[in-house]
Design a protein around this ligand. Structure first.
Ligand code: SD4
Length: 318
């Protein structure tokens, strides 16, 4: 063999083997367990899902029932009924779900319907589509028997009126104004599903859509690897397809914690904005290991495992 070819062959063998190492998906030795995690201090919602998982209910049903608690909670001004309106005074909701089969459903900018994660599930299971937006989503909901109700509570209306006095749009993000719920559920069959539901950023422009209903941004599940959900400034999550990124990093061998840190740091290092903002991820792999990380301090998430539901503080990049 000529020396040049020999060197080329050695190089290509090396390249091939490093490629196959890199492309080999992570495998897990599974110990059966159930676990649910959800963004922010969504105690009741996570407990609901966790108890359902302990009862043997599947992950998707548990996740949709869990997040419904926040959708129906008028005090949570970032989700469902009582959510803060856009700057014209309309409450518009975004949600999505994804199951262990890789099926997904999403609804975008829906008015007058409270349980939009369930509606996203109905889009997934009862229509030939993945996403329905605005009036179309609302009409589909009504045809499925969802009740139409005004989502704007007196309290949210009053806050909006106060906001109108200066009309300063500052989506400063943290515990004070962020409670979007994203939830991941690992069920007794070791299947993972998730849901994400929000009213988006308070006083957003009419028609604005964030990351939460976008599969891969607000939520992503790959049942061979695990799942991730995002909360925070959706514009920044969308730019890096954040939840998909976290799952892909886990596929390459990172722990959920390492993957969340990596995805957050990617936003921090490529950030063109000078303003402060929050983005946080939570993730779980097929072994039931979890991780979480945020840009700004202050983010917490709920963790239900072995019958215990606890609030966990996360580390942050800044
Ligand atoms: C959005 N990511 O619409 C959502 C907002 C959020 O807690 O997470 N709020 O950008």
């Amino acid at each position: 063999m000529k020396r040049r070819n020999f060197i080329f062959d050695i190089f290509s063998i090396g390249l091939m083997s490093s490629l196959t190492t890199r492309l080999k998906a992570k495998t897990f030795n599974i110990t059966p367990m159930v676990r649910s995690i959800s963004t922010w201090k969504t105690t009741e919602a996570n407990l609901k899902a966790g108890v359902m998982l302990d009862q043997g209910i599947d992950g998707l049903t548990a996740a949709v029932a869990g997040v419904a608690i926040e959708e129906e909670n008028p005090k949570n001004t970032t989700v469902g009924f009582g959510g803060a309106p856009d700057r014209t005074g309309s409450v518009t909701l975004d949600a999505c779900v994804m199951n262990h089969l890789g099926d997904c459903g999403s609804v975008v900018a829906v008015e007058n319907i409270v349980n939009v994660a369930k509606l996203a599930r109905d889009v997934m299971e009862k229509t030939p589509h993945v996403m329905l937006a605005g009036k179309g989503a609302e009409e589909f909901g009504v045809s499925e028997g969802y009740e139409k109700i005004n989502l704007l509570t007196e309290a949210s209306k009053n806050e909006w009126k106060k906001w109108l006095e200066n009309e300063e749009y500052k989506p400063l993000i943290n515990i004070e104004n962020h409670d979007t719920i994203g939830m991941l559920c690992l069920d007794k069959d070791n299947n993972m599903s998730g849901a994400c539901t929000t009213s988006g950023l308070a006083y957003k422009m009419k028609g604005r859509v964030g990351d939460s209903p976008i599969i891969g941004s607000g939520l992503f599940i790959d049942n061979k690897i695990g799942g991730a959900v995002a909360t925070g400034l959706g514009e920044e999550v969308v730019k890096t397809v954040g939840s998909f990124l976290v799952v892909e990093l886990m596929r390459q061998g990172m722990s959920p914690q390492e993957a969340c840190e990596n995805a957050v740091n990617r936003i921090v290092s490529s950030n063109s904005q000078k303003n402060k903002f929050q983005v946080a991820y939570i993730a779980m792999n097929k072994n039931g290991e979890v991780g979480s990380f945020s840009i700004e301090p202050g983010f917490t998430y709920m963790d239900y495992v072995n019958g215990k539901n606890e609030e966990i503080k996360t580390g942050s990049a800044l």
